[in-house]
Each structure stands twice: as structure tokens, then as C-alpha cells.
Write a protein that binds this ligand. Structure first.
Ligand code: TXA
Ligand code: MG
Length: 374
């Protein structure tokens, strides 16, 4: 299949391109488009065959449900058994925007879209291209992030092309997305409502509207509980090389990473480091990606997935990442980093207290784990 990638100005979306895209969607084909969070892989949400194609193109397990995107609050009535009372107020404050809500589904939504669940995820994105496309296409577009399953979500059209070229009909290139992390997912079928995936709409923001809001236990600490959003159980957002997160005392983290870089060089490894503006000059002889200043959490969120993808282009063998305090939007950033790292965490003090050969032991353990998984 030939994938066409067409530039569209978000401030003045070309109606002709959007009409072509909506025609493709109505025919059951796949079109990737920008939202304010990440690029989505759009399909007609009421067409079970289109859902099947979505899973195939992404290589995604079919028990991992899709989010249905709408452009008008009243369209929600078709999707749900009953509109939860608090939802109108939530929508008034946060929609269009980076919030997805889980409700009991009506029979109109094919079970292939919801991975067999009796609930449906719904979101109204805040992006002029996305909103116009949804409207022109009949109002209901399913859209997972437009990456191959397991890879970092796309924050620009070139990321979508890298993963899905030849597998989908069209990509609408609306430039870089604004936020860079997927929407917050809030389960409205339980009391109190529960966050299943952290995002730009934080717990504090939701509590200001709803009162008490819980966070899925699987997202907290080292809990072994299965996550309630099926997608959160999979390895995700990962660069090709293994990523290790270094935590602990703020002063010790760069020292520990430097120690690992030196050992990596001796072992002939190409090392990548995920740093910030404040620490990037501290590292040498490695591939450094700064996520931005620690003082701008929005910049760090915006740059995260692009930086992870850049390590692939540089063919690094191993990546070390700094960690952040878990609060506000940093909770979402650390959630994605932990998944990208498959929870490979190391305490800086452990690295610094070891006399030598920390990295070689780490690599041996890593290889043993890989072999066990094969
Ligand atoms: O920002 C976003 O939400 C982006 C853009 C494109 O809108 N979309 C996105 O979709 O991130 P996706 O498919 O990559 O992630 C959807 C997540 C998955 O973890 C999935 O398991 C969860 O939502 N989900 C979908 N329906 C659900 C349901 N009924 N119950 C629980 N979790 C659900
Ligand atoms: Mg995704």
C-alpha cells in the first residue's frame, strides 16, 4: 500500500484534504492525524472491520481497546448506556482536551473496538484538524496512538511514517503536537472515579471538579496488581536499546551516570544519556539528549518520545536516564519512562558504592533476562 503524507496547516486546515481523508475513513480505511497529545491512527469507530485493520497495522494485541474520539458532546449519547452525572461538568471544564473517560458502552459500539469489554473509552481532542476530520467523517473515530505497538507514541508525522509507512492509507501532517504525552484516562464506572493512565489533566485538576479521585493501584509504587487499562500492562514507549533509570540523591545521579558511561566506553559500548538542560554538560563521550529544563515540565513532556526515538537513529547500545519527582505532570512523565525502561531502576548510591564492574554485571543480568524471555 502506498501511504500518502500530506501537510495541512492547523490554523487554516485545507478542506479538500480533510474531505479526502474523511472519504477514506468512511470507506473503512486508516488515516493518521494530529491531536494535541500525540498522533492518532484514525478509523471508523462503528465499523468492526476497520478496528481489525487498526490492530493489524499497529501489530497490537486485540484485547487492548481503542479510544473513540468525538467532536461534539451530544454525540456521546449514542456510545453509552447512560451519561454519568458528573460527565457534563467534566466535559465543560476539560473538553476538548487531553482527557479520556471510561463509561458503560451501548450496543452500537462493536466489541472489536472495546477489546470485548462492556465499557468504552471516549475523548474529544483539542486540535482543529482532529475536530474537523471527526465531524466530516460522521462523528465517531477510533484512534490509538499512531505508532507500532510497543514503540514511543508519535509526536510528529515523520514518526508515524517510520512506523506505519505502507500499512495505512494516509497521514495528515499537522506539524509537531503540543503536549507530547497521551491523554489522562479516567474510569467513571467506579466510585470514586479512578485514573487509569496519568496525563496532562492531573489528579489535582480532576479533584477540583469531582471531589475525591483515586489512582489505579497498578500505577502506584511497585504494585504487582494488574492495571485496569489493558494497554498499561504491555511493554510500551520503548526505544530499541535497553533503558535504565537512575534514581536517588539529585547530586549523585549525574555522578553515577558518569561512572556508567566510563565503564561503557571501556566495554566498547555506545552509551545514550537522557539528561536535562541543567545536567547535559556534565556528560561526555556519549549520545546526550536533553529533555529540556527541569523548570519546564511541559517542555520535558513535549520532548520525551522524540528523544527516545532519536536514540534509535543513533544506534546506541544502552541508555541511562535521569529520574524526576513524581508530582503533577511529572507523574505522567515518570509513568511513561518506567514503562519505556520496563521498570529497570538503579539507585545511584548502589552504583557509586560498588568498587568496579557495575555495568558489566548489569549487562550480564540483562542478557540472562532476555534469554529467559526467548
Ligand atoms: O491521547 C490519547 O489518548 C491518544 C490520542 C491519539 O487521542 N490515544 C491513545 O490511544 O493513547 P492508545 O490506544 O494508544 O491508548 C489507549 C489506552 C490503552 O491503554 C487502552 O488499554 C485504554 O486506553 N483503554 C481503552 N478503552 C478502555 C476501556 N474501555 N477500559 C479501560 N481502558 C481502556
Ligand atoms: Mg498507545
Amino acid at each position: 500500500m502506498n501511504t500518502t503524507c500530506i501537510k495541512v496547516d492547523p490554523l487554516q486546515p485545507d478542506e479538500g484534504v480533510l474531505l479526502t481523508a474523511s472519504r477514506l475513513l468512511k470507506e473503512g480505511k486508516l488515516v493518521a492525524f494530529p491531536t494535541e497529545t500525540v498522533y492518532g491512527l484514525g478509523a471508523n469507530a462503528l465499523d468492526p472491520e476497520a478496528a481489525e485493520k487498526t490492530y493489524q497495522a499497529k501489530g497490537r494485541p486485540s484485547d487492548n481497546p481503542l479510544i473513540v474520539h468525538i467532536s461534539d458532546f451530544k454525540d456521546i449519547a449514542l456510545l453509552v448506556e447512560e451519561i454519568p452525572t458528573a460527565l457534563a461538568e467534566l466535559a465543560r471544564v476539560f473538553w476538548p482536551g487531553p482527557l479520556t473517560v471510561i463509561c458503560r458502552k451501548s450496543d452500537v459500539i462493536p466489541s472489536g473496538v472495546t477489546g470485548g469489554l462492556d465499557t468504552v473509552a471516549i475523548r474529544m481532542p483539542n486540535h482543529p484538524i482532529a475536530l474537523a476530520l471527526i465531524r466530516l467523517s460522521g462523528g465517531y473515530i477510533s484512534a490509538p496512538s499512531a505508532n507500532s505497538s510497543g514503540r514511543p507514541s508519535p509526536t510528529k508525522a515523520s514518526h508515524v511514517m517510520t512506523d506505519l509507512n505502507g500499512k495505512i492509507e494516509m497521514v495528515i501532517d499537522g506539524g509537531e503536537v503540543e503536549i507530547g504525552l497521551e491523554s489522562t484516562i479516567l474510569d467513571m464506572t467506579v466510585v470514586p472515579p479512578r485514573i487509569l493512565r496519568p496525563g496532562a489533566i492531573t489528579r489535582e485538576m480532576l479533584e477540583n471538579v469531582l471531589g475525591e479521585v483515586e489512582v489505579d493501584k497498578a500505577l502506584v509504587g511497585d504494585s504487582k496488581a494488574p492495571p485496569k487499562a489493558p494497554g498499561m500492562k504491555y511493554r510500551h514507549y520503548s526505544p530499541k536499546a535497553p533503558l535504565f533509570l537512575i534514581s536517588g540523591d539529585k547530586e549523585q545521579i549525574p555522578l553515577a551516570i558518569n561512572r556508567l558511561i566510563q565503564e561503557g566506553l571501556q566495554l566498547g559500548k555506545k552509551v545514550g544519556v537522557l539528561a536535562t538542560e541543567e545536567t547535559k554538560n556534565f556528560y561526555q563521550s556519549c549520545v546526550i539528549r536533553s529533555l529540556g529544563s527541569e523548570k519546564s515540565v511541559e517542555t520535558i513532556a513535549h520532548n520525551l518520545y522524540n528523544s527516545l526515538r532519536e536514540f534509535d537513529e543513533k544506534d546506541v547500545d544502552i541508555i541511562f536516564g535521569e529520574t524526576f519527582y513524581v508530582e503533577g505532570l511529572f507523574s505522567a512523565i515518570m509513568n511513561r519512562l518506567q514503562k519505556a525502561a520496563s521498570h529497570r531502576n538503579i539507585e545511584a548510591s548502589n552504583i557509586l558504592s560498588e568498587k568496579e564492574n557495575y555495568l558489566i554485571n548489569l549487562i550480564i543480568t540483562e542478557e540472562e533476562t532476555q534469554n529467559e524471555q526467548c
